[in-house]
Design a protein around this ligand. Structure first.
Ligand code: NAD
Length: 466
């Protein structure tokens, strides 16, 4: 394997030290990742600032063409990138291929957006024009569950709008990101796109840096709060995409078998390590036992294995810390309800089989907190208003789902959910053109679509007299 290097000022550079990257399916080291110190972080921010004026003055059509070329290269190298992604992230290879191809598609879609000057109002006195200009250096910070999609969702609009970028992947999944960074660097002038790596120790310095104008962060709510605090020094713009504890409300008119299948897939996708995964299901008393039985049967059938093995449906948890947290939550759940599944595999790797928790009360950790793992608590309800109130009784408000054979009834329930997104009879229907973001402590601001692009710009209102 070619060595992995960071990108600073157009150069491929080593870090001051290295960090082993672990394959979560084997616990063996795959490669050494370069690790930056604060002086390399300063160099990256300085390079991004030096490149800013030139990139901001580059016509948007040229910036768009560069991004399209990167998307083409990602797609052309899908085999290499997806194998690398599986080896560091753990997800099954077919899902890694989906992430790479999907990311190229998102990049292309987002790159077609535009920032035209608009006339906001015009009368006999004159007109108001709305213009948009880039902010400067954007810090893009990613978590480890979808390293490439989440990178692309941030940097595509940031770069298209004329900003330059200093990005930082999560320390446990930096390798595929570094390869994509090389592509970005090849298609853009030196310093426009920079990537540094750390061991969870440079995020605060990056977000507080006086050379950074905006922070686009995806990660946990706890870290998001720190980001907001450290960005306050210069009143930096922040977009925060944080944790979720999404509820699925299952109305009493569903077909139990197919509802169970939808719930299972929505909860266990990426081994539950998805911000928008179904993290709690509220199921009506009349169908509770049947749906739980079916969920348990799906959990028993699930193929949990090394993602590089043919037929693997679910990979390991991505890192030891997450594995330990999920194990703890399953143990706690067993004192509040009945756990079926959830066994640790007797082999190397951070494997936990899907777990269904039934007859659980609302106070268990796995109901109150984000588990971010393959565990689904199923809660009983009798009255749908009570289910909605319990679903809304959370500090988080990312997404949610409603399942019913009656779309009108489902819409009435969806319209009472205190979240940024709700899907009816579907899950994670996401396109590059529709902006999304979380309510409450699940985030601030929007990503994707026109509003997501505009978050990387400053609006300038100009009055032109008649
Ligand atoms: P995390 O908050 O621990 O880390 C995310 C990133 O922040 C990493 O790159 C980390 O190195 C960096 N970081 C650590 N300390 C920092 C600091 N003080 N300042 C700035 N950056 C710092 O999150 P994680 O465990 O990697 O990811 C899982 C979380 O991400 C879950 O809560 C999940 O719901 C959330 N998530 C949200 C979305 C969304 O769109 N809302 C998408 C994916 C994941």
């Amino acid at each position: 394997m070619e060595p992995f290097r960071m990108i600073i000022g157009g150069e491929l550079v080593n870090g001051v030290s290295t960090l082993p990257v672990i394959n979560p399916a084997t616990e063996a080291s795959i490669a050494d990742c370069p690790r930056a110190d604060e002086s390399q972080l300063d160099q990256a921010v300085a390079a991004a600032n030096s490149a800013f004026n030139g990139w901001a003055a580059t016509p948007i059509a040229e910036r768009r063409a560069a991004l399209m070329a990167v998307a083409d290269e990602m797609e052309a190298k899908v085999d290499e990138l997806s194998r690398l992604l599986t080896s560091e992230q753990g997800k099954p290879l077919d899902k890694a291929v989906e992430e790479i191809i999907g990311s190229a598609m998102i990049m292309r879609g987002l790159a077609t957006l535009d920032l035209p000057e608009k006339v906001v109002q015009e009368d006999e006195t004159g007109k108001f024009l709305e213009q948009r200009y880039p902010l400067g250096v954007v810090a893009a910070i990613m978590p480890w569950n979808f390293p490439i999609s989440l990178l692309v969702v941030k940097i595509t609009p940031a770069l298209l709008a004329g900003n330059t970028v200093v990005s930082k992947p999560a320390p446990t999944t930096p390798l595929t990101s570094l390869r994509v960074a090389e592509m970005l660097n090849r298609h853009m002038p030196a310093g426009v796109f920079n990537m540094i790596c750390d061991n969870n120790d440079l995020g605060a310095a990056l977000t507080a840096h006086s050379g950074v104008a905006k922070v686009s962060f995806t990660g946990s709510t706890a870290t998001g709060k720190k980001v907001m605090e450290s960005a306050a020094n210069l009143l930096k713009r922040v977009t925060l995409e944080l944790g979720g504890n999404d509820a699925a409300i299952v109305l009493d008119d569903v077909e139990p078998k197919s509802a169970a299948k939808d719930l299972f897939e929505g909860a266990m996708v990426n081994s539950g390590q998805v911000c928008l995964a179904i993290k709690r299901a509220y199921v009506h008393n009349s169908q509770y036992d049947e749906i739980c039985d079916e969920l348990v049967s799906l959990a028993k059938q699930a193929v949990v294995d090394d993602g590089s093995k043919q037929g693997a449906q679910y990979g390991p948890l991505q890192n030891k810390q997450q594995f330990d947290k999920v194990r703890e939550m399953i143990d706690d759940a067993a004192t509040h309800g009945t756990v079926e599944g959830g066994e640790t595999l007797d082999r190397s790797g951070y494997f936990i089989r899907p777990a269904i928790v039934r007859d659980i009360d609302d106070n268990a950790r796995v109901v109150r907190e984000e588990q971010f793992g393959p565990v689904l608590p199923v809660l009983r309800y009798e009255d749908v208003d009570d289910a909605i109130a319990r679903a809304n009784d959370s500090d988080q408000g990312l997404g949610g789902t409603v399942w019913s054979s009656n779309k009108e009834r489902a819409l009435q329930v969806a319209s009472k959910m205190e979240t940024g997104m709700v899907w009816i009879n579907s899950h994670m229907n996401i396109t590059p053109f529709i902006s999304m973001g979380g309510a409450k402590q699940s985030g601030m601001g929007l990503e994707l679509g026109q509003s997501g692009l505009e978050e990387f710009t400053q609006r300038r209102l100009v009055f032109v007299p008649a």
